[in-house]
Write a protein of this length. Structure first.
Lengths: 404, 187
């Protein structure tokens, strides 16, 4: 199902193929330069690429999750978050529930990993859980599930590995060219000096330019998938305002995310390295500008893909279309729902932020295997799992509470 | 001679096309079935939540007998309708939703109840179940739309007619029932 989303991936696949050609070009040029044989260069480049792919695809999820300090939760640990992920799984039509993680960080951000729809994971920061109300959290999770559903994670992993291979090849090659002798000059004795020079120049140019081109392509793919994830997320919830409001809150928070780095940045819902005041159409950014994303979501007349596309062409400088024609042709009509959780039962407004923060930190204490003792003065004592003493003195009233 | 080969070629292409269209219809029909099963799972979940909810509220609001009875009756009726078609079932489920909203509106008047951890957890579970029913219904309706389009549009409509694929029923909520503002009496 959702052939329309899949057919939309063709544009991204074309971009990825372009990157592949750059990779092959670099390999060929280097092969020519160092070994007078382009084919060897291509083989070397491809082998390197395959090895890096295997590492990324099989261990990439675990690496990312442990880098960000994420803790896995079960249904009872944080019911609200778990329920929302389950709701979005139903709305998106995913067969298997992804693993849910909480990141112990007060910054507001979230990401999704999973090369396969059946082995996916969603991670959300504690700060996000405290600050967003249910509708907004639902919008963020919908966006992340859309990434899983549209197989963006797989696409971005493959293209980022390609980019990495190109960068590595170019870097080492340029080092060897500058500092070591070139294979060509060793081999050459007499004739063909002019030809060698031209090949050297071309190889040098490719080595310098290839990483730049590859990066631009990579960022273009990344931005496009973000728009698509926004559109799909709005379609799942039938309530674009939820995600728009969440993005607004996330954008206005100044807390930096402790564990983000260049490699993991594209996976997050908001660019963790964003700088305020940077111009809107920034080619070097993995995410589209936040204000534009919010404006597009808020000018949608309905919740379908067609509505998103229309809003995009109205808001985006230069107009145009972000979703493929076949995707739009098959898109079902989808009117916007009234706020799904506000009409419901849970008192869900800003005054509950403290309660939500408490709920989340309680979950994190439990996950880290801390035990809780309630002193009779009302203070809650958190005891670490490796505590060896028999009693704990309450810092507030001084009573010694025995560790059960 | 060539003519025979061309004729054979055309027949093979036709057969392949028919098979492809048939399989497409089967796939879409199965999606509808799965989506319906998902709705069923969530509705059953709601039935299971309700007795616990009623007991918890009763502990604090003993005198709201009418509200409790309304919820329990609506639940019994909805459960009886489990095997009925989409239309009949959606009406029964809509009634149950309204009864639940009235019960929770009543609970608003009891601050002790609202502070009860058990009640808060139940509230979250109920909100989530209502959402899940709503999303399951949304997904089901989308699946039905895709399936109906395929059975009704040319050329798959021919295959649909030949092999007996019938259009699916939408699971619409009777909006008028849900929009009714719950009346809370303080008598």
């Amino acid at each position: 199902m959702w052939e329309q989303i899949r057919s939309n991936q063709w544009r991204s696949v074309v971009l990825a193929i372009a990157m592949g050609l750059v990779l092959i070009g670099v390999g060929y040029a280097l092969g020519l330069y160092f070994a007078d044989n382009g084919i060897i260069g291509v083989i070397f480049a491809v082998v390197l690429w395959v090895i890096m792919n295997l590492v990324a695809l099989f261990q990439g999820d675990n690496i990312l999750l442990s880098l960000s300090g994420a803790r896995k939760i079960g249904p009872g640990d944080h019911p609200r978050l778990y329920n929302i992920v389950e709701e979005m799984q139903i709305a998106a039509g995913l067969e298997k529930m992804p693993d849910v993680y909480i990141i112990d960080d007060q910054a507001l951000n979230a990401f999704a990993v999973g090369r396969d729809k059946n082995k996916a994971a969603v991670a959300v920061t504690a700060g996000l859980l405290a600050r967003l109300n249910r509708d907004e959290l639902q919008g963020v999770i919908a966006h992340e599930m859309a990434h899983i559903k549209n197989r963006d994670v797989l696409l971005m992993a493959v293209t980022s590995v390609m980019l990495g291979t190109i960068v590595i090849l170019s870097w080492y090659a340029s080092r060897m060219m500058i500092f070591g002798g070139s294979g060509g000059s060793r081999r050459d004795s007499g004739g063909g000096g002019g030809g060698q020079a031209i090949i050297m120049l071309i190889a040098l140019a490719l080595v310098i330019l290839a990483p730049i081109f590859a990066q631009l392509i990579y960022f273009a793919i990344s931005r496009k998938r973000e728009y698509l994830a926004d559109a799909s997320g709005a379609l799942f919830t039938r309530y674009p305002e939820g995600l728009a409001s969440a993005l607004e809150k996330i954008a206005s928070s100044t807390q930096p995310l402790k564990s983000a780095n260049q490699a993991t940045a594209p996976m997050y819902i908001m660019n963790p390295f964003r700088q305020k005041g940077k111009p809107a159409a920034d080619l070097s950014s993995t995410h589209p500008p936040i204000s534009e994303r919010i404006r597009i979501l808020r000018s949608m007349g309905g919740a379908s893909l067609t509505d998103y596309n229309k809003a995009y062409s109205q808001v985006h400088r230069g107009g145009g279309s972000i979703l493929g024609a076949s995707a739009l042709a098959a898109a079902p009509k989808a009117p916007i729902k009234h706020a799904p959780n506000k009409s419901g039962f849970v008192q869900d407004d800003e005054t509950n932020e403290l309660q939500r923060a408490r709920e989340t930190s309680d979950a994190l204490w439990r996950l880290n295997n801390y035990s809780t003792i309630n002193c009779k003065c009302g203070t809650r004592l958190r005891v670490p799992p490796d505590f060896k003493g028999t009693s704990v003195k309450c810092p507030h009233c001084g009573t010694a509470n025995s560790v059960a | 001679m060539i003519g025979v080969w061309i004729a054979l070629g055309i027949i093979v292409v036709l057969i392949l096309a028919i098979v492809a269209l048939y399989n497409g219809l089967v796939r879409l029909r199965n999606e509808v079935k799965n989506a319906w099963a998902q709705i069923d799972v969530q509705l059953k979940r709601r039935y299971d939540l309700i007795p616990n909810l009623v007991e918890t509220v009763k502990g604090y609001a003993k005198h709201e007998r009418e509200t409790f009875e309304a919820v329990t009756n609506a639940r019994t009726i909805a459960q009886k309708m489990s095997d009925a078609g989409a239309q009949a079932r959606s009406k029964a489920e809509g009634e149950l939703s309204s009864a639940l909203m009235r019960l929770l509106a009543v609970a608003e008047a009891y601050p002790d109840l609202k502070a009860n951890q058990n009640f808060l957890a139940l509230q979250e579970e109920l909100t989530s179940t209502e959402n899940k029913i709503s999303f399951a219904r949304q997904f089901y309706n989308d699946a039905v739309l895709r399936y109906n389009n395929q059975t009704q549009m040319f050329p798959s409509s021919i295959i649909a007619g030949m092999f007996g694929f019938k259009s699916g029923e939408f699971f619409e909520v009777t909006e008028s029932v849900q929009r009714e503002a719950p009346k809370v009496s303080f008598s």
